[in-house]
Design a protein around this ligand. Structure first.
Ligand code: SF4
Length: 443
């Protein structure tokens, strides 16, 4: 079985790598030299939670360069490797504009344990700051620059007399590689004082989904070890859980995410629920362009969140613990295909239903009021005539599906056959839309 898995994942990796390289060839020499002075920025309504997020630009995620992670193209920039000084400039930009970029961007409800706060009479400040790939990668974020940034962040917290809750993102393999350092270093002490939460790339507890469909190259025992290292170091671990792998039906997507959440709950790892859009220059986007991949339906997203909350609250008997649902409509990069919008591909599904579904999710993100989410979702199911049609479609899809291997073999064949046409189409689209996205991701 594992040699078959390897065969498929190599194939997917090759397609993914070639698509990324084709994109990088569209950049000019000038673009490569212009390392930005600002990280990419998401405001509180666009990011992981109700707080702003900053991602360093310039150095590609190492996994992206290797062709991992089928659906992802977060490293969609042309720049040459930045120097430590150029990365530091992006960190300083956030520190020097902290009031506007971070303080003014706190929004809605965020959960924290008051007993752990140094300044219990003031609301803590939530934020994400990370490279595109891994916080602990010295290539993406050199140690001395990281330490300098964290010290400045801690000084901000002291000046403002408010705790900071810092979210960072990392690869499990980097955590393991630097485990002695993470267990005991000045940096870890500061991370603890900044209530750091480290979100690991995980995607799924299912081997086929994680290491074949997503091509993550992540053995489960490595993920478990990274979790232990973080827990021993006093850094709370979280994990990205992905829904919407290529070839999955909506029912499979939901079951996959729910199993992964159960897996994480047993290990005391909080989940970050990612619902897949379609990013340009990826295999899913190529397949979608040819009508061979459909994003999951908006109602599937809500149905999955409903069941996920049931697991996290143990059937409504407990507090859910920390969890995040990033805004599925945003990027970066801004998605080419969006779960909630332009869903002309779903028969008998009105634009109003899509907007209603998205609004219910946006409300949950903003106020984290689970009871209200449950009431709104139940009402929509009762009253919206599109819901019964949705249930019928989902059943039909399940009844008519072929084996997972057959579905993937067909998808890969379409991917290879249509790659030259897709590259020509995407190159032209990028030329036509140049500049629009950069503006969208500035606070
Ligand atoms: S999902 Fe994360 S680890 Fe994978 S390529 Fe994208 S940024 Fe890198």
């Amino acid at each position: 079985m594992y040699s078959d898995y390897l065969k498929y994942s190599r194939y997917i990796g090759k397609i993914t790598h070639e698509l990324r390289q084709a994109y990088y060839k569209t950049g000019t020499e000038e673009e490569k030299r212009e390392i930005p002075l600002e990280p990419s920025q998401l405001n509180a309504k666009q990011g992981l939670g109700n707080f702003p997020a900053f991602y360093l630009q310039g150095q590609h995620c190492e996994k992206s360069d290797c062709g991992s992670c089928t659906n992802c193209f977060y490293s969609e920039f042309h720049y040459d490797s930045p120097t430590a000084k150029q990365i530091q400039a992006q960190c300083d930009y956030v520190i020097n504009n902290f009031e506007r970029l971070v303080l003014a961007e706190q929004y809605g409800t965020n959960e924290f344990d008051e007993s752990e706060l140094k300044f219990p009479n003031a609301k803590p400040i939530f934020m994400t700051f990370s490279p595109t790939g891994s916080f602990f990668s010295s290539k993406e974020f050199p140690e001395e620059v990281r330490l300098d940034f964290l010290k400045k962040l801690e000084r901000k917290s002291e000046e403002l007399k408010r705790d900071i809750v810092l979210h960072i993102e990392a690869h499990s393999l980097d955590v393991i590689k630097h485990k002695d350092y993470i267990r005991s270093s000045e940096e870890t002490e500061i991370l603890r004082r900044l209530h750091a939460k480290c979100i690991l790339g995980f995607e799924s507890s299912n081997e086929w989904s994680r290491n074949v469909l997503y091509n993550k190259h992540l053995p489960l025992n490595c993920f478990d070890e990274a979790v232990e290292v973080l827990q021993e170091a006093g850094i709370e671990p979280g994990a990205f859980v992905f829904s919407g792998f290529i070839t999955h039906t909506d029912t499979e997507a939901k079951e996959d995410m729910l199993s992964s959440i159960r897996y994480l709950k047993r290990r005391d790892v909080f989940p970050v629920l990612m619902f897949a859009n379609s990013q340009a220059w990826t295999l899913p986007d190529l397949l979608r362009w040819k009508g061979k991949h459909t994003l999951q339906e908006p109602f599937t997203v809500l149905d999955t969140v409903y069941d996920a909350l049931d697991i996290l609250t143990n059937g409504g008997k407990e507090f859910p613990g920390y969890y995040l649902i990033p805004e599925p409509v945003e990027g970066p990069p801004y998605p080419e295909g969006n779960i909630f919008y332009d869903r002309a591909d779903i028969p008998d599904f009105s634009k109003t239903s899509s907007i209603q579904a998205h609004q219910i999710l946006k409300n949950l993100r903003a106020n984290r009021n689970i009871a209200r989410f449950v009431t709104d979702w139940q009402r929509l199911r009762r009253e919206n005539p599109d819901y019964a049609k949705y249930i019928e479609r989902i059943k039909q899809k399940e009844a008519n599906k072929t084996s997972k291997e057959e579905r993937l073999t067909m998808a890969l064949k379409y991917g290879v056959d249509n790659m030259p046409d897709y590259i020509a189409y995407r190159t032209q689209r990028d030329l036509d839309e140049k500049g629009a996205e950069e503006d969208r991701y500035k606070i």
